[in-house]
Design a protein around this ligand. Structure first.
Ligand code: SF4
Length: 107
């Protein structure tokens, strides 16, 4: 397995595992959840930042130009909210303008 394929496998495994912890109807309580810290160990392992503009596009595995939490397939909650739940970080809110290395385009 190539290094990139292994990385993608690990990322998708994390997505699948995170999905097991997401409860239906959890969005109703979403705004009560704490914000994900940029110092969070899991967030750091996925290079999470509150500001996607600080990420060098050359370092991203996915070549899509516009990558933000608000246009990621894994974000939850309502469009327009500044902080939203994410399937990767259950129990925490991510910044709509944030980014992490698991970013995936919406279908
Ligand atoms: Fe979650 Fe996607 Fe933002 Fe990563 S880029 S923190 S997976 S919403």
């Amino acid at each position: 397995m190539s290094k990139i394929a292994r990385r993608k496998f690990i990322q998708l495994s994390a997505v699948a595992a995170a999905g097991c912890f997401v409860r239906p109807g959890a969005d109703a309580q979403a705004q009560d959840m704490p914000h994900l810290s940029e110092d969070d160990p899991v967030g750091k392992s996925m290079k999470y930042t509150h500001d996607s503009s600080t990420v060098d596009p050359a370092t991203r595995a996915n070549p899509a130009a516009d990558q933000r939490c608000s246009n990621c397939a894994l974000v939850q909650g309502a469009d327009g909210d500044a902080w939203r739940p994410c399937q990767i970080f259950p129990g925490k809110l991510v910044n709509a303008n944030g980014w992490c290395s698991v970013w995936a385009p919406k279908a």
